[in-house]
Design a protein around this ligand. Structure first.
Ligand SMILES: Nc1nc2c(ncn2[C@@H]2O[C@H](COP(=O)(O)OP(=O)(O)OP(=O)(O)O)[C@@H](O)[C@H]2O)c(=O)[nH]1
Length: 242
């Protein structure tokens, strides 16, 4: 297996040095005492949620992250990601700051054993396919098998059909993405790293889910990521969920 130290940084604003962050969602003791007093749970803004972008090479993982981080799309020749690196983003949710540490992985097969090692302590995985690439969609099942093998069972998973702006080259209908997402009970939406459609929504929905998991109050209804996405879909008329 390749050693992480030997890998090149993905870009200037990423770093390959990975400080071992062990997020703490709050001890059981705290949750129990909060339940007894019914006091509202307090979100710890120091929490860092490890979020990983995965999917075949070329589906647009780096582009999605650049669009989310910098609000821009850099067209031109495709340069495959080497290794793995992260960028930190703070997402405001309900007046608190959710810290996402977003890892961009290399989709190429030769890096697969390296990226597996990162799944173990991931809190969220954004799994991408390219709506113009049937093979990237067909490979989603294999990705989900790997995720279930290497990631924690309670990891937040979201399926994204990227390059939604390329309607003329579409190979996968939206309802095919919806059906696959329904089969695996994961939220789904189509995104475009080029136009920015649903890019903020994808990360915000994940941040909201992670926040609610961290402060889940026994007397309060569970946050429904599907309903949240549906509400947003009504506004943008663009995405689906399950
Ligand atoms: N039209 C369009 N092109 C996109 C979109 N997202 C990415 N691309 C293009 O697709 C190509 C691959 O994008 P990347 O972001 O490098 O793909 P990746 O998934 O990070 O690839 P690996 O690093 O090899 O895993 C690039 O030429 C991008 O410009 C999109 O939403 N729309």
């Amino acid at each position: 297996m390749e050693r992480m130290e030997s890998m090149e940084p993905i870009s200037a604003h990423y770093t390959t040095a990975y400080p071992e962050i062990q997020p703490d969602y709050g001890s059981t003791e705290t949750t129990e005492s909060q339940a007894k007093t019914s006091s509202p749970p307090i979100y710890d803004e120091e929490l860092v949620h490890k979020t990983i972008l995965v999917g075949d090479s070329g589906v647009g993982k780096t582009s999605l992250l650049v669009q989310f981080d910098q609000g821009k799309f850099i067209p031109g020749s495709f340069s495959a990601t080497v290794g793995i690196g992260f960028t930190n983003k703070v997402v405001p949710v309900d007046n608190v700051k959710i810290k996402l540490q977003i890892w961009d992985t290399a989709g190429q097969e030769r890096f697969r054993s390296v990226t597996h090692a990162y799944y173990r302590d991931a809190h969220a995985l954004l799994l991408l396919y390219d709506i113009t690439s049937k093979s990237s969609f067909d490979n989603i099942r294999a990705w989900l098998t790997e995720i279930h093998e290497y990631a924690q069972s309670d990891v937040v998973i979201m399926l994204l059909g990227n390059k939604a702006d390329m309607s003329s080259g579409r190979a996968i209908r939206r309802d095919q993405g919806e059906r696959l997402a329904r089969e695996y009970s994961v939220p789904f939406m189509e995104t475009s790293a080029k136009t920015g459609v649903n890019v903020q929504l994808a990360f915000t929905a994940v941040a909201k889910e992670l926040k609610h998991r961290a402060v889940q109050h026994p007397n309060k209804p569970k946050f429904q990521i599907h309903e949240y996405i549906e509400a947003q879909r009504e506004k943008s008329g663009c995405c689906s969920y399950f």
